[in-house]
Design a protein around this ligand. Sequence first.
Ligand code: NAI
Ligand code: MG
Length: 370
Amino acid sequence: MTKYKIAVIPGDGIGIEVMDEALKVLDVLQENNPDFEIEREQFPWNSEYYLQHGKMMPDDALQILQSFDAILFGAIGDTRVPDDITIWQLIMPIRKQFQQYVNFRPVKSLPGIRSPLSDGENIDFVIFRENAEGEYSNSGGRLYDSQDSELAVQNTIMTRGGIERIARAASDYAVRAGKTKITSATKSNAITHSMKLWDEHVKRIIQDEYKNLKLESYYIDALVAYFVERPQTFEIVVATNLFGDILSDLGSGIVGGLGLSPSANINPEKNFPSMFEPVHGSAPDIAGKGIANPIAQIWSTALMLQHLGRPDLSDMIMKAIELVLLEGKTKTADIGGNATTVQMGSAIAEKIREQYDTIRLGNKAYEFKQ
Ligand code: NAI
Ligand code: MG
């Protein structure tokens, strides 16, 4: 029997809509697996909460979250609250305080989904984005506000330890997944201090500790062109916080869009809960219309189950997503259909049910033969 405590934070906008579908899928898995139990608690921490309480979450939020095995997160962002508040008072404290220094973002062609690239099939790589420091260290400040002489300083903080651990996480995964090559995104020709430190330690870790892996290193401007020209040649891409952020939206664009892109914020040591969320935001342009694609959220839930040690259940979800897309009857607007969020989520849940029915029928036939 595996029992997990999951904190659910739907957030704002379409985050709330797609989360309902992910929970529907979890329910179906639970109904069909007597050995799997999820105890979940939902938290209303979002922009509405901020407007009522003057903060995105209560002061003891991190203490509360710490007792959970994982956090399933939707998306936040609301036109009534500045984006830097929603991000820096909710997502960033969780990512940083819980040492979720790996942001794992798969970029993978799915059946039945057309890439905007003319040669956009068979893309399958993973971006390992450094998720705790770098360009998003929130270090700096402003002087002489609103005067002619006003100025701002924003510091990038890169540490040897921070670079080493993301390089190791990417390499460990590469070895486990049977991959042969790591691509590092850099810009050390122009950003000469922090990016040179990045280059040196990524190279040292991979050369010294992962002798069977090949390392290639590209300047970020060239790399974005290669993502478009020959995306099939990448296996694992390791990047700093900012570069990884931008590369993953590009990655998601070439395989069919944000509605299909999951992510995992992982604390590999498991000292703290990890957090699973789609790459996309709260999409105010379509929020409330019931047309958001829930696949990114459902796939993020599959990544959560993988992390929790149930790859069997994760595979069940992935197979169901592929079956629905292959059939092509149910598609949301972003991928060329007219299904609603609920219809898309229900179609995936139904495919999971069918897979279990097939397994049960198979078992019965086997018993009968005996
Ligand atoms: P966004 O990801 O919300 O939307 C970008 C575009 O993609 C929009 O046209 C949207 O309709 C579309 N889109 C996104 N997810 C979709 C889905 N599941 N199905 C169909 N279409 C989808 O990014 P944007 O517009 O830059 O930001 C909107 C808000 O979200 C802002 O407040 C921003 O700060 C916040 N945000 C939050 C994130 C998070 O919670 N982790 C991440 C990115 C943005
Ligand atoms: Mg982003």
